[in-house]
Design a protein around this ligand. Sequence first.
Ligand code: SF4
Length: 277
Amino acid sequence: MGAKATMGGVIIKEITVKNALTRSGLPEYDYALNPYLGCQHGCVYCYAMEFTRGEPGINWGGVVYVKANLVQVLSREVRRFRPGIVGLSTITDPYQPVESRYRLTRRSIEVLCNAGFHVSIQTKSALIIRDLDLLRRCSGSVDVGFTITTMRDTYRLIEPMAAHPLARASALRRISELGIETWVFLGPIIPGINDRREDYEPIIRLARDTGSQLIIDRFRPRPLVIKVMSNRLGHVNTPSRSWWSVVLKDVLALCREYGVECMSAEDEWGMARGRKR
Ligand code: SF4
């Protein structure tokens, strides 16, 4: 374990890693790249806390490990690995605040883009605007997705440290104006939290205005997530099949009305199909 510091009350620790790219379990990616372990955004519904070992997983949002030698390891790997699609990131936010200090995400995109890999970025942060120059340079090799669960201030209940949805929307507009492929992840939709038209209709309009594909997903409660949500919100509303059927139908109807390409994430309830590049 290397240097230790704090940032906005979050403990930041540097670690070294042997591998940078990992095989992705997600069908849309060949590889996953996670520059950090843990996430300062601390979303209460985040499934990644279940897959993150050690302190960052136990104290979700309170501890972040920084993979200090990531770029050096990645630079060696891209010479050996077959180019493919890299999901950045799958269990952390690549543009959480600590990225402003370490720039691991920026430097990784640069390495991957120069080596002929495609980078699929997903974030809830407007810090990505810092890298507009790089995104412009790599425009044919990147796509950018913003997760937005509601445009209302109630987002603070479930995503306490993420950027305001309006800041995410503004960043999305700027990136889309560069001609870069963009998409919006509307999820998870949680019963009683963000399942009303006023939550998702503005997001569908944003997708229309930016020419973004919309991917929707429902809340999938997992044991640790239920514990965290119960502690922070005092309750957990479990989704039912009938509830999701009604919400999904309404979202899909609005997508048709606005002319937005809309897909559901993989759903074991078999109501729709997953995102494919
Ligand atoms: S931004 Fe993403 S990775 Fe970070 S806590 Fe929220 S859902 Fe999890």
